[in-house]
Design a protein around this ligand. Structure first.
Ligand SMILES: Cc1cc2nc3c(=O)[nH]c(=O)nc-3n(C[C@H](O)[C@H](O)[C@H](O)COP(=O)(O)OP(=O)(O)OC[C@H]3O[C@@H](n4cnc5c(N)ncnc54)[C@H](O)[C@@H]3O)c2cc1C
Length: 425
């Protein structure tokens, strides 16, 4: 059974992308300073970082660049974690990591500028509307904590939020002006182009099928060839298989579906008139952003995945119509899905062995900007930088309790989360 993506990727993001990339499979036996496994944003930014440090890098992608979550995401650039605010992040992961995270959106947009990546990037801000009074209060605290770190964040009143999103369905919230949105597929493909231009050997259709240790060397095998290397960075995220025994068991891969409207009619000018991205405070998250042609791209998860391609667009349309009645006459024209690596504590984790193998995992649905800064941490980890100097302290592989049962059934908790969301005041 393959662990990499075999279902249809986002045709919308591919259609809208002017960035193109293709590369040949590995078909030889060779050596490298570092092998990066996985051709998403994590793998590509890590490869670029390692190349910048003068390493000879081979990147192996099982399918095509962007075939994983990176090419399927909603595209919101969010320099914050899903559940935890700055104080908790500092407490749990340390001040160095918090500083790194505050620069995550800057890093992503810098990469776009540095490599001239055409991905419809809009740095128009990211909004978190609050779905209850209590959440609006917490949002104010969140904004204050971020602002104290010199992040361009501030609270929004109920009226201000209504103006910004074009709906009075929320109780206020907060804004991170450094965020925005991108075409995530185009960004990923642009990174691959840049990596190749910088001298990274990128091989698509080259799944790493085994990873074995021989003396002080790792042997990475693909169907067409092998690479001998002292160091391996594994960036396979929610598509992680069994290359590193135990890694897959540290996460629960959750499928998130996406759907987009046809370009909106005139009422669309009132929805997100400032073109920000937004994700609300529900556990069963509601979120949306406009694409470059004025479609609304939104999404969600399903407890029961049966007939997802028929049901999900209808569910999203219903939610959008509750947000603004103008959506009642809109057609949902796109559907796709992808896998997100969730951790029990909703925090990203860095893992490494003593012999040159390292990985970070656990984006918890907010990985686009995070991956761009975790590249530096992963490059440090794979290059033997001591634990004390890493921006994120490595943790041992700790399996999710009852993983064989929890992993395939985690989505069944959704109705309970919705019920909790509806009870919040
Ligand atoms: C539907 C959806 C919406 C999302 N929306 C947002 C958003 O709006 N904002 C945000 O910040 N985050 C979002 N995310 C999360 C974000 O997309 C991810 O955190 C990020 O793209 C992860 O990048 P990655 O490189 O770590 O993993 P991926 O992009 O998943 O890349 C992993 C790659 O590893 C490859 N692979 C697996 N096994 C092997 C092997 N054995 N050999 C070689 N290659 C292998 C896979 O083919 C895949 O290409 C979303 C995710 C999904 C699924």
């Amino acid at each position: 059974m393959t662990s990499w993506p075999t279902d249809a990727p986002s045709q919308l993001w591919q259609r809208l992308s002017v960035e193109r990339f293709s590369s040949k499979p590995l078909n030889a036996d060779r050596r490298a300073d570092v092998v990066v496994i996985g051709g998403g944003i994590s793998g590509l930014t890590t490869a670029l970082e390692l190349k910048r440090r003068g390493r000879d890098v081979v990147l192996l992608e099982a399918a095509t660049v962007g075939a994983g979550a990176s090419g399927r995401a909603n595209g919101q650039v969010i320099a914050a974690l899903t559940r935890h605010g700055p104080e908790t992040i500092r407490h749990q992961l340390g001040a160095k990591f918090l500083t790194l995270l505050t620069g995550a959106a800057d890093r992503l947009f810098d990469l776009i500028d540095t490599y001239g990546i055409e991905c419809d990037a809009r740095r128009t801000g990211w909004l978190q509307p609050a779905h209850s009074h209590g959440r609006a209060q917490r949002g104010r605290v969140m904004a204050e904590q971020w602002a104290a770190l010199n992040v361009p964040a501030h609270a929004l009143s109920r009226g201000e939020m209504a103006q910004r999103i074009g709906s009075d369905a929320y109780f206020g919230g907060w804004e991170h002006k450094g965020g925005g949105h991108i075409n995530p597929y185009a960004f990923t493909v642009g990174l691959a182009r840049a990596a190749q231009e910088q001298g990274v050997a990128v091989h698509e259709h080259s799944p790493a099928v085994s990873l074995t240790r021989h003396g002080d060397i790792w042997l990475v095998k693909t169907p067409g060839g092998t690479v001998q290397t002292p160091r391996v960075a594994l960036t396979t995220a929610a598509y992680t298989g069994n290359l590193w025994p135990g890694l897959r068991q540290t996460i629960v891969p959750v499928t998130s579906y996406q759907s987009a409207t046809a370009p909106l009619g005139s009422f669309g000018e009132n929805v997100l008139p400032g073109n920000e991205a937004f994700s609300d405070t529900r556990q069963d998250l509601r979120y949306m952003r406009k694409d470059r042609d004025g479609r609304i791209v939104s999404g969600g998860a399903l407890a029961v995945q049966y007939l997802a391609s028929l049901r999900l667009p209808r569910i999203i349309k219903r939610k959008l119509t509750a947000f603004h009645p103008g959506f009642a006459n809109t057609t949902m024209t796109e559907f796709w899905g992808g896998r997100i690596a969730m951790t029990v504590d909703r925090l990203p984790h860095l893992h490494r062995t003593k012999d040159g193998l390292a990985s970070w995992i656990g984006c918890n649905g907010r990985g686009l900007a995070l991956a761009c800064v975790m590249a530096e941490v992963l490059a440090d980890a794979v290059c033997d930088v001591p634990d004390a100097q890493l921006a994120l302290t490595p943790t041992p592989l700790s399996p999710v309790p009852l993983h064989p049962i929890v992993s395939p059934t985690a989505r069944m908790i959704l109705p309970y989360l919705r019920w909790q969301d509806s009870r919040e005041v």
